[in-house]
Design a protein. Structure first.
Length: 317
């Protein structure tokens, strides 16, 4: 019978055996998988594991600080890298969704490679790969696909030459969450909605500027905090806001306004391959819409996305 405690003990033994006195480097995303994988590796080899958490300037409001803090509380040896400007520079003027993804993927590789270089004698790359990622090896998600398509000519970045250790590659998401809870990883990490690697960049349709990121962070924060306050967060598989490249006419006092439109999206899903829009209560949507329009400067209209996947996708880009 599978229990998380048996899995944890066996995995820690295996990791000790496999890695020995070697050093491991690992990128953390703030998500469940990489956090649980890192915690397991840390239990096995302690501070021979160095974790890297990159602020790409495309995270949710306060997420970088909060997640870094959680990692430190878990005792992980984690280096936080503020690379916001590098990502904004790489994204400047790019509007095509795939070009944006490539720019982000390549910048992540450069930043991570710089950090990995600073660790003397590192031999292993830790990864939070889970079983569905293994079977779905044609997945377009995650940085690995980008790495493969962009670095098979002219040599791989140095960290890609490392041996790979993936302690969760036999588990499904539920198993990962169970293991994470048994490892006492805080619920704000374990119960977290999935969040795409390119972050808010694919929720800002068109080109990215720090100003647009700041607007979307405020909108997203109101929506997500509202879901949590009204105990709806756990009913939803993934939620977020999209900043549309559209202005609409509004009125405020005696003034005519001409400002941005945002769309809210909340879906239920099992694996992200198909999804249904969530029938959030009208009262909730009304409250959130008011709060966004009243508090976020530059936004005068909120719409709710009622498309399912297929034929729509979860993200808009
Ligand atoms: P779509 O929009 O394809 O999204 O229905 C399905 C799931 O994948 C996530 N997603 C991504 N994750 N890099 C990622 O790491 C990406 O480029 C990417 N695009 C979409 C999306 O958030 C949803 O959970």
């Amino acid at each position: 019978d599978w229990t998380s405690d048996v899995f944890i003990d066996a995995t820690i033994d295996e990791l000790k055996e496999k890695i020995g006195e070697d050093k491991v480097v690992m990128g953390l995303s703030g998500g469940v998988d990489s956090s649980v994988a890192a915690t397991l590796i840390h239990r096995a080899i302690g501070d021979n594991l160095t974790c890297v958490f990159v602020d790409n300037g495309l995270l949710r409001k306060n997420e970088y600080e909060e997640v870094l803090d959680s990692y430190k509380h878990l005792g992980l040896n984690v280096i936080g890298v503020d690379a916001k400007q590098r990502f904004y520079d790489a994204l400047a003027g790019k509007s095509d969704p795939e070009e944006k993804r490539k720019a982000i993927g390549n910048t992540f590789i450069e930043v991570f490679d710089d950090e990995a270089h600073k660790i003397q004698g590192v031999k292993w790359l830790g990864q939070g790969t889970i079983y569905p990622d293994v079977i779905e090896s044609v997945s377009v998600n995650g940085p690995s696909a980008t790495i493969k398509s962009h670095h098979n000519v002219g040599g791989l970045p140095d960290f890609m030459k490392l041996k790979v250790v993936e302690p969760l590659n036999t588990l499904f998401k539920d198993g990962v969450r169970e293991v994470g809870r048994a490892l006492q990883i805080p619920e704000n990490i374990i119960g977290r909605h999935p969040f795409p690697g390119p972050g808010l960049a694919i929720r800002i349709l068109g080109d990215i500027t720090p100003e647009k990121v700041a607007i979307l962070q405020e909108v997203d924060h109101i929506f997500i905090q509202g879901l949590k306050d009204d105990k709806l967060y756990d009913e939803v598989w993934q939620a977020g806001a999209i900043l549309l490249p559209v202005q609409s006419v509004g009125v405020m006092g005696d003034e005519r306004t001409y400002e941005q439109v945002v769309a809210l999206r909340a879906v239920t899903s099992v694996d992200g391959m198909t999804a249904d829009w969530v029938h959030l209560p009208y009262e909730f949507l009304g409250k959130i819409s008011n709060e966004i329009i009243n508090k976020v400067k530059g936004v005068n209209r909120v719409v709710y996305d009622i498309s399912s996947k297929p034929p729509a996708t979860i993200e808009w880009e």
